[in-house]
Each structure stands twice: as structure tokens, then as C-alpha cells.
Design a protein around this ligand. Structure first.
Ligand code: G3P
Length: 214
């Protein structure tokens, strides 16, 4: 399972790359806006940090505009994956991108049938939002399991990119559910190695060792 960072903060991405925890990056309009930087500038800088897939999301909504915007984003670097919303216009644009050899991440997926139409449109990635389903008391991880089952039965090759991951627990559950990749904020990725019993156990080993040296 690939680990993607869901952030547009380049300092966070450099740290994660140094730790070997960066297989790719996802961004969205909210994250780019939060960075306070221009979309093209920040995507170019991110693509220089990782050679893995970097999702850059369009902010247009009508097919022709999405296609024009996505082509400009794809021209920034060879590892850019154009991210489009799961709408009729988004999927029409997806088919146009696929015909031009541009990889697409279809985002804002909240149901199995949405994931199926995205696969039929040739998406390289489908992004089901686990945390936002949990937020409204639905079972986000159940959606990952359902998509995995349907894609395997139908032999769709679209990769399942579990998004809106809010915790280390989410990441473990996504791995069991068969996600091909997960995307999470840097803080969640940095938390994957942590366990209070690891910290307590290490402290005890160190104090026992130090005491024995006296
Ligand atoms: O980037 C898409 C997704 O990961 C957003 O997550 O936490 O804003 O629901 P969140």
C-alpha cells in the first residue's frame, strides 16, 4: 500500500521524504488555498521533491474548462495526476485526459456506484473519502471494502486511493480493506510509528541499562 501525503506544505513533504514515508502527494483546492501560494508554483515544487504521483485538482467545473485546466496542470511535470470531481463533467474530462495519455484521480467519491463509473471512465485512481462518511455516521471503511470487491470481480485496474484518512487506525483498516494507497495529513503519517508502550518500554530499557553501568 502506497503512502501519499495530503498536503501542499513543502516543508512537511521534505520531512516525510527524508523518513521514507512519501510515495506520492495529493492536494486539493482547500490545501492549496491554505498554503497561500499559486497552484502551478506549488505543484512544480512538490514534483521536484517526489517522483511519485502528485495529484493536482482542477477548480473548473464544466468539461471544456476542466480539460483545458487539467492539460495545463499535466504540463507542469510528468508525475502530475490531474484530479477531477466525480461529476458528469468531471468524468467526461477524465475520458478526454485518458485519450491524451494523462493520468486522472477522480475525487469526492462517496458510493460504490460512483467508484464503478469512475473506473469505466478510465481513472487511474478513485478517491473515496472515508473520514467524511464517518463524519455523518456512515461506515467509510465499508466503502473501501465494497469497492475492492467490485473492482476485483470486474477486473477494473483503477487504484483505490483511500482519502480523508484521519488517524493511524484508519490507515491500518484501509490496508486490511485492500486499498492500493492511502492519503493522509503529514501529522497522521508521522504518527504511524508511535505507541505509548514503545515509548515506556524504551525508557525502561534505557534506565535499566544506565543503572547497570554504575
Ligand atoms: O484531499 C482529500 C481528502 O483527503 C480530504 O480529507 O480530512 O478534509 O476530509 P478531509
Amino acid at each position: 500500500m502506497d503512502f501519499f501525503a495530503d498536503t501542499a506544505e513543502v516543508s512537511e513533504l521534505r520531512q516525510l521524504a527524508g523518513l521514507g514515508l512519501l510515495d506520492g502527494v495529493t492536494t486539493n483546492p482547500s490545501l492549496i488555498a491554505k498554503s497561500g501560494r499559486k497552484m502551478a508554483e506549488v505543484i512544480a515544487e512538490i514534483c521536484a521533491i517526489t517522483s511519485g504521483p502528485v495529484s493536482a485538482e482542477v477548480v473548473s467545473t464544466a468539461t471544456e474548462a476542466v480539460v483545458a485546466e487539467g492539460k495545463a496542470l499535466a504540463a507542469i511535470a510528468p508525475n502530475v495526476v490531474v484530479k477531477v470531481p466525480l461529476t458528469e463533467d468531471g468524468l467526461a474530462a477524465c475520458r478526454a485526459f485518458v485519450a491524451s495519455g494523462i493520468k486522472v484521480n477522480v475525487t469526492l467519491c462517496f458510493s460504490l456506484v460512483q467508484a464503478i463509473v469512475a473506473a469505466k471512465s478510465g481513472a487511474s485512481y478513485i478517491s473515496p473519502f472515508v473520514g467524511r462518511l464517518d463524519d455523518i455516521n456512515l461506515d467509510g471503511m465499508r466503502l473501501i471494502r465494497d469497492i475492492r470487491e467490485a473492482y476485483d470481480v470486474q477486473r477494473y485496474t483503477t487504484k483505490i486511493l483511500a482519502a480523508s484518512m484521519r488517524s493511524a487506525n484508519h490507515m491500518g483498516e484501509a490496508a486490511k480493506a485492500g486499498a492500493d494507497a492511502v492519503t493522509a495529513p503529514a501529522a497522521v503519517l508521522r504518527g504511524l510509528t508511535r505507541h505509548p508502550l514503545t515509548d515506556a518500554g524504551l525508557a525502561k530499557f534505557m534506565s535499566d541499562w544506565t543503572a547497570a553501568q554504575r
